[in-house]
Design a protein around this ligand. Structure first.
Ligand SMILES: Nc1ncnc2c1ncn2[C@@H]1O[C@H](COP(=O)(O)OP(=O)(O)OP(=O)(O)O)[C@@H](O)[C@H]1O
Ligand SMILES: [Mg+2]
Length: 376
């Protein structure tokens, strides 16, 4: 096992964009770190730089205490699993898993026991004599992981290894990968564009956008305290509601006043608990974006002047125990509320209206713009 340290790492492709800009991050020994972000943000490039499949434009990468900038991929002692895991079709599962060890001249009985042990830990010991075409997608994926495990590398690098699987298999294989990491404790970097996969797998997650780290930390910390509007809306499902407006102060109370009134009513006015006033004081009068997670909205018993929003409903999506209500604020911002189905009433139907109570103690406030910083 090993630590992996990236220090001011940069990558510019020839005649191409700057794919990774000033990436500095240390991965602890045995840690599971997930790089997550939208398509094209530089996740795979970062991983390929660690693997040695791309040359650095700047900065240093250390594996353990060795600088590996100029070390050949095969001498970095790391194993990579890709989305297209390309098993050798003419080889059995056993041969696929043994191949890299054979090339390295590992003794036959050693290979046999390592392959068997890896196969057992992945629940594929009954499949060792089959050819890849005789396997399901999920089984093939496990063989690809097995092929990486038998090498007993210092670190695993995964690039979207589950994205070819159907939704259900993704969830079960994800849990298996997590259990596997808990057993092996091998340092792992895992790339995905799926925020749920990132949240559930990572000891820490690194949210990237536009070639830059936006925020890194334990998943729940990032979820609860997003540093900017991008992270806030990328992490969490359904995405956070973002409503433009201004902050106003009346007595001890700070109000969020929604932007220009729409045709369907006066804009919402929502009051923060007094305890939040000091932290928001610097932004009074300024244009801000209010962030309310769909889970921060509840059906209101009675209309209040301080925390309720009247929402005309456009779409209702039942999810079983939960129900998503899509509508808009009086100022015409789109709004999604995730409610308990138990709270659902006959009035929750398209064309109807719902009175929602916003949890203003937990509401986020951001500066304007797509990467607007979190305030207070
Ligand atoms: N070989 C290459 N030559 C030139 N540009 C490249 C090359 N590979 C990637 N890029 C560019 O670098 C940027 C980052 O690409 P990268 O593959 O790292 O993104 P990603 O975050 O993995 O995206 P995805 O989620 O779509 O896999 C993109 O703008 C991409 O077009
Ligand atoms: Mg990629």
């Amino acid at each position: 096992m090993a630590t992996i340290a990236l220090d001011h790492v940069r990558k510019r492709y020839p005649n191409g964009p700057e794919a990774v800009r000033d990436f500095t991050f240390n991965i602890g020994d045995g840690e599971f770190v997930v790089l997550v972000g939208p398509s094209g943000c530089g996740k795979s490039t970062t991983l390929r730089l660690v693997a040695g499949l791309e040359d650095l434009t700047g900065g240093t990468i250390r594996i353990g205490d060795r600088i590996v900038n100029d070390v050949h991929p095969k001498d970095r002692d790391i194993a990579m699993v890709f989305q297209n895991y390309a098993l050798y079709p003419h080889m059995s599962v056993r041969e696929n898993m043994s191949f890299a060890l054979k090339l390295r001249g590992v003794a036959k009985d050693q290979i046999k026991s390592r392959v068997l042990k890896a196969a057992q830990s992945l629940g594929i010991e009954d499949l060792l004599d089959r050819k890849p075409r005789q396997l399901s997608g999920g089984q093939r994926q496990r063989v690809a992981v097995g092929r990486a495990i038998v090498r007993e590398p210092k670190a695993f690098l995964f690039d979207e290894p589950l994205s070819n699987l159907d939704a259900k298999l993704r969830v079960t294989t994800r849990a298996e990968l997590k259990a596997l990491h808990q057993r092996l404790r091998t340092t792992t970097i895992y790339v995905t564009h799926d925020q749920e996969e990132a949240m559930t797998l990572g000891d820490r997650i690194v949210v990237m956008a536009d070639a830059v780290i936006q925020q890194a930390g334990p998943p729940l910390e990032v979820y609860r305290h997003p540093v900017n509007r991008f992270v806030a809306s990328f992490i969490g499902m359904p995405p956070m509601n973002l409503i433009e407006g201004t902050l106003a102060r009346e007595g001890d109370t700070t109000w969020f006043v929604e932007g220009p009134a729409g045709a369907n009513g006066t804009p919402s006015r929502l009051a923060f608990p007094a305890a939040r006033s000091p932290a928001l004081a610097g932004a009074i009068g300024a244009t801000v974006v209010l962030g309310l997670r769909p889970q921060m909205l509840r059906p209101a018993g009675v209309e209040s002047t301080t925390t309720t929003i009247r929402v005309p409903i456009s779409v209702v999506e039942p999810l079983g125990d939960l129900i998503d209500i899509f509508g808009s604020t009086p100022g015409r911002s789109r709004l999604v509320a995730r409610l308990n189905a138990a709270d659902s009433t006959a009035a929750l139907r398209p064309g109807g209206e719902v009175l929602l109570d916003a949890d203003m103690a937990r509401a986020h406030v951001f500066e304007p713009g797509p990467f607007g910083k979190s305030i207070g």
